[in-house]
Each structure stands twice: as structure tokens, then as C-alpha cells.
Design a protein around this ligand. Sequence first.
Ligand code: 3Y8
Ligand code: NAP
Length: 252
Amino acid sequence: MPNVLLLGGTTEASALARLLAAHGLPATLSYAGRTDSPRPQPVPVRIGGFGGVAGLAAYLREQRVTHLVDATHPFAATMSGHAVAAAAQAGVPLVALTRAAWTPEAGDRWQRVPDIAAAVAALAGPPRRILLALGRMHVAAFAAQPQHHYVLRFVDPPAEPPVLPRHHLVVDRGPFTPAGDQALMTAHGIDLVVCKNAGGSGAAAKLVAARALGIPVLMIDRPALPPRREVTDPQAVLDWLAHAPSATKRGV
Ligand code: 3Y8
Ligand code: NAP
């Protein structure tokens, strides 16, 4: 019988948790603890960091995890790097459940940048009305371009007000809808959307809305991740679980 550790925090991780529960496969979903009330899950949940690579490797051994599934967000690069290293140290097979990067479609007006810093630099120039759809963690970097009016969207109310002089804060969690995002952009007279190339469906609504409104998008490419086995479909993880040699079979 497998004993799966699922690093979660995405739509696909929640879909896999439902599939594992439906098949009666023992699994624990792990959250970093970044939000006040993460979505309830149909499998046991653990919340908080592991304490780096060593902490995760120890957890894998102590909890006798047989399979590690990294279903974190494509921008959770530190966690994904730790998962590759800890799985190798503990001799536990690893698969990443990720999402294909978004690609521009007819009607899209994308400018691609490699990272957050390049996105900040790209905003030099006269004031604009920007939907900064990056969440909370990177808002401070945009104080370098204070001339713009920013519409921000956080999962939870912030402990202190955002450092941007001109901003409007929306507290809302996804997944979002194209109609909802189009209404938000129209209501605030948005003329630029800044976002990460998250992929998947849960964050894609703003791209559909921007396309419909003819609004340009500043698209931040994903950070580089170490090589690992990747799938994009929760069912493919179940197939892998049925065939991957688990840690216990390797006698480690
Ligand atoms: C804590 C777990 C599920 C998962 C749902 C997906 C979709 C909705 C869209 C926008 C973009 C953003 C942000 C976003 C989306 C899904 C998914 C996704 C983007 C929760 C969740 C956790 C987090 C962490 C949070 C970050 C923030 C990023 C908001 C739960 C709701 C912007 C990423 O305040 C903070 O510290 C928040 C931090 C990392 C990025 C940032 O820099 O602020 N996600 N989001 C997970 C943990 O503790 O381990 O609360 O239920 C999960 C989801 N957020 O099960 O349905 O699959 O991507 N999340 C981005 O894509 O750019 C919002 O506004 O249009
Ligand atoms: P990160 O920068 O890659 O990781 C920083 C540290 O947070 C990790 O070293 C680890 O701490 C801890 N951590 C991250 N994910 C964890 C998990 N699922 N379970 C336990 N500990 C975890 O991660 P992040 O970008 O802050 O993302 C945190 C969470 O939010 C993840 O679950 C991710 O899937 C979700 N999320 C992130 C984004 C995003 O834009 N980054 C978007 C949507 C959802 P230790 O070193 O102590 O183990």
C-alpha cells in the first residue's frame, strides 16, 4: 500500500487529492501555511515548512513516505528544488504534477519578461492603471514604479497596508472567472495586466478577460526548475503510483 506525500497549493493538487481519496490510497497533502484558511481537503493535511532539504528528507524517512508528488505552483521554485534533493537523499520516487505554460493566442498582446525584477523595470514610463495579479509576496518590488495606479488582489487581508502609494486592494481567492475579471478590469479602467505564467485553469480568467478587452499583458516567465519526472494530469499520477518502485520495495 503506498503512503503518498502530496505537496499542494494548486488546483491540480486538490484534484489529485480527490482522486487519491476516491481510490482509498493513503496520502497527506502539505501546505506551507501561507493563507489563513486553506481549502479543506478529502485527505489528511499538514501545514508548515519541513525545515529545508534535511527536514523534508527526515520527514520522508520518519513518516515512511513511499511516493512524493510535487504539485506545487510553478513559481514555488524553492520547494520544488528541495523536493528533488530530499527525494534523492531519502530514496523516495518523485513525480511533479505541473501545468503547461500558457502560450499567447490570437488577439493576445503579451510582452514576456524573465522575472519579477524585469517586470518592475518594464513599468518605467508614464502613469498607467495596472492589475498587478501577483498576490502579496512581490508587491514591495513595484514600489520602484510608484507612478502607476495598481489594483492588487490578495488571498487574505494584509497585516499592514501595501507600500504602493496609489493602489486599490481586492481580497479574494481564485479560481476566478473571465466575466468577473473583465468586470474588475472595466470597473478600474485597467490598461495593463501583470501576471506570472502560472499555467492551469485557476488563474487563466484574467488572460481571457484581457484578450476580450484588448488589454496588453506583461507575462512573467517561470523560474528554472531542476530536471524531474513531470506529468500534467492527476490520473497520470495514479498510473505512476501503480508502477513506480516505492521506497520500501527498494529496501531503503
Ligand atoms: C497557500 C491554498 C485550490 C488551489 C487554488 C492555481 C489556482 C486559485 C490563482 C490572480 C492570481 C497567485 C496566488 C493564485 C491562484 C489558485 C489556487 C491560485 C494567484 C491558494 C492557497 C495558497 C496560496 C498561496 C498564494 C501565494 C500567492 C499565490 C494568490 C488555499 C489560495 C497570485 C499566484 O498571501 C500570500 O502569501 C499568498 C501567497 C503564494 C502568490 C504571492 O506571491 O502572493 N498563491 N494560494 C498554499 C500553501 O500555504 O501551501 O488557501 O486554499 C491556492 C491557489 N491560488 O486548491 O483550489 O492552482 O494556481 N494564487 C499566481 O498564479 O500568480 C492569483 O489574482 O489572478
Ligand atoms: P517556495 O518559495 O518555493 O518555498 C519556500 C518555503 O516554503 C519552502 O522552502 C518550504 O519551507 C515552504 N513550502 C513551500 N511550499 C510548501 C508546501 N506545499 N508544504 C510545506 N512547505 C512548503 O514556495 P511559495 O512560492 O511560497 O509557495 C508556497 C505555497 O503556495 C505552495 O504550496 C505553492 O504551491 C502555493 N502557491 C504558490 C504560488 C506562487 O505564486 N508562488 C501560487 C499559487 C500557490 P521549508 O524549507 O521549511 O520546508
